[in-house]
Design a protein around this ligand. Sequence first.
Ligand code: ATP
Length: 579
Amino acid sequence: MVKFNNHPLLTVARPVLLPLLVAIVIQIVASLMGWIGYQALIDITQGLAQHRAAQQVYQALGWLAVGLAGQSGLGAVALAISHFADARLQRDLRLQLADKLGRLPGQWFSEHPSGHTRQVIQEDVEALHQLVAHNLVEGVAFIMTPLVGLSFCFTLNWRLGLAACVPLALYFALFAVLSRGNMGAIMQQISRHLAAISGVIVDYVRGVAVLKVFGRAGEGYRRFSDATRQFHHDFSHLVRPAMRAQSVAVMVITPPAVALVVVIIGMAGIAQGTISAPALLVACLVAMLLPAAVMTVTQAGQLHSAAVVAARQILDLLNQAELPASRQPVNITASEITLCDVSVIYGGRRALNGINLRLPAGSFTALVGPSGAGKTTLARLLARQMDTTCGQVCIGGHDIRHIPFRQLYQLVGVLEQTPRLPAISLAQNIALGKENVPLSAIRNAAKAAQIDERIMALPGGYNAIPGIDVQLSGGEIQRVAIARLILADRPIVIMDEATSAIDAGAQALICQAIANLTHQRTTLAIAHRLETIQHADQIVVLDNGQISEQGSHEQLLQQQRLYARLWRQFSASASPEGV
Ligand code: ATP
């Protein structure tokens, strides 16, 4: 876990603090070299005014060149260091975040919108770039350069120094009064709105196909456009005061305005003989640099607030609770699964209540029940996508929480309702769970999953990339996923309504594939199509988080309770009259 007891930016940027510190020190030295340039300017103007020897003037010009070269050269080195540090930090943070996502329980993903996660990994990490690569070094430059200039003005004449400070003081006072409110809080609110709009966009893109089918695409678009309009309204409301303050305040620190104040005070000094003309000239030049520096520092302040919010969100994701993991492998000889007095409570609501169940090794258990009965929750427990609130799930007599995840994934395979195939070849897709597999083994698994023929008929065969070279149907994707599990050869298989999205034509193929997959494996299958589980070793009926019935198809029909009712409903809807 990442400790969050420091400032969020310091915590996130800790691995690159040393190079950043070096960059800052180099930039400070670069800015101090400005003093050499200012002194050289005085010498040049005095030398010209007093008709000094050309050699003296050239010498001063030489120092001016040294000052300018030092400032720009060292400044470039500082920026290069900060850019390298930033590249390293971004790479490490993205790897850390990806690793973290890999360790989060499966349950976490169903509870967190992917739009928000994408924003953290992509945009929030990028938001740090401006700060780490630019703002720190450039901020130091823009603070130090006018400071060195102002100090130089004060050493020339305190009135000149003060004259250059007046417009700056006025600017900050105006900005503070008009911007009402702290930029940090505003950036936090903007970031919240951004995360929300990101989620809406992802939902819209995901849902638009379904809405279109029902002729409701317009409705989806309306929700999306309402959300973007609302975002625009909230965003303007939040940033308007700051923008107004910025534009009014900017008017009082234009370079001519600042220089004018210095010239007026300087001329009074020249008249009294307290200020020399070269000193006034240099003070004017310094004064004209100040507005740009102040603007940059103000903008850097706003970007800093955005980076703090981004850092907070990155840390928040890195600190999401993981399931406790054991590292000590356990000796598991049987694939029997037992649940002892298992309950799961979601935010005060009981989804499973005191479940006691045994899945004998190599048996097929079907889980049925009305919607919301707790079937998915129970299946998630067996794949340890979440933990029980109380009670114990054991595999081969070992508490599932004591089995290291790496070992658990060698024992348990999951067939999802709508599996996804990554954009790698079909051969690689099928061999995902196993290393160094010959094509013959991949083809055997595909044959058992009833998909070999279809793949061999493709122009690219097993090298075809799904989604790019070939568009597979839902049933075909399902069979590729089954081939993957057959090849992976896990002794336990969890299936979440594997046939629910399949049409009747493809169902026979899928059922054969599933029969081959589950043969002699301990299987738990959530099923809505009751005809696919008639031959299950046991059928468990869940109702309102509890086991209401348990037995074979025939036994449950004889009991004439919930299962018999579900079967009657199913038979009626499946018969031609019922259609
Ligand atoms: P279905 O057949 O409709 O998929 P199910 O039997 O699989 O339903 P579950 O998904 O396990 O049921 O849900 C059981 C109960 O727990 C439901 O009331 C559901 O609303 C609730 N639930 C599920 N997941 C969460 C969650 N992450 N947070 C809060 N409540 C949840």
